[in-house]
Design a protein around this ligand. Structure first.
Ligand code: DC
Length: 237
């Protein structure tokens, strides 16, 4: 077991921020790191997705309409929480005490989430909840603004990239494997469109923090990525 190597080192907890484009494998590497280090893992994309689901359920957003004011007025009613699922090995997203882990991963939510994530009031609420979750350190958080806005002082910052084609193929496989009826072109278009909106929005656009280490994992397997990242973690500890 690997933990014994870190017994002394893990007494000192650090913050690990993982940012990057959609479907670059951020959550896979983040979950593996959290497991190895016995850290908390937080998927901040799930939080933006849950707020989007809330807006959809209340008819504040659809493919042809969006009423940000109604959503902003309702933000106090949006309660987000994570509950660890022992079987799955990660924390699932709850919206107002209902498990929404499956609903937030649909293509419908993916198509609308970037619009919701561009609203400053939504970002303010979620960033403050994320900072609260990470105040004791010992956390791996992935998203778009973790190294730039949420934890600018994180000891380790990673910025993940991969070609749009590789990312769309990964996402397509994930959705097909879970039984969703999607086509590849639709996924590729969604990945490119989210990249565009996420990188060009005014509030906290997706950019690489100056001190983040860039990882292009288009052709890198999980084992190699994990080993490289663990070397960086050991340096920081
Ligand atoms: O990581 P993901 O694809 O599940 O994220 C969904 C969307 O949420 C993504 O298109 C941009 C937004 N997001 C964000 O703006 N800031 C974050 N920290 C995490 C996600």
């Amino acid at each position: 077991m690997h933990v014994d190597i870190f017994t002394d080192m893990t007494k000192q907890k650090i913050t690990i921020a993982i940012d990057g484009f959609s479907s670059t494998g951020k959550s896979t590497i983040a979950k593996a790191l959290a497991k190895e280090l016995n850290y908390i893992y937080v998927d901040t994309g799930a939080m933006y997705r849950a707020v989007t689901l809330y807006a959809m359920q209340n008819n504040y957003i659809s493919s042809d309409s969006f009423n940000p004011t109604q959503l902003i007025n309702d933000l106090d009613k949006v309660k987000l929480s994570f509950t660890f699922n022992e079987t799955l090995g990660f924390a699932e997203m709850y919206l107002n005490n209902t498990n929404v882990e499956k609903e937030i991963r649909t293509i419908e939510v993916s198509k609308l989430v970037s619009k919701v994530a561009a609203i400053s009031e939504v970002r303010k609420k979620l960033v403050s909840e994320q900072q609260e979750m990470g105040k004791e350190k010992g956390i791996v958080m992935d998203g778009r603004d973790i190294g730039t806005v949420v934890f600018p002082d994180a000891e380790l910052k990673l910025f993940m990239t991969a070609s749009a084609d590789k990312r769309a193929k990964r996402r397509y496989k994930e959705l097909i494997d879970r039984g969703d009826n999607v086509n590849y072109e639709e996924i590729l278009h969604n990945v490119q469109e989210r990249d565009r909106i996420d990188s060009t929005r005014e509030d906290s656009p997706l950019i690489k923090a100056e001190d983040a280490i860039e990882f292009d994992n288009s052709d890198m397997g999980l084992k190699e990525q994990f080993e490289r990242v663990m070397t960086l973690v050991k340096d920081r500890l």
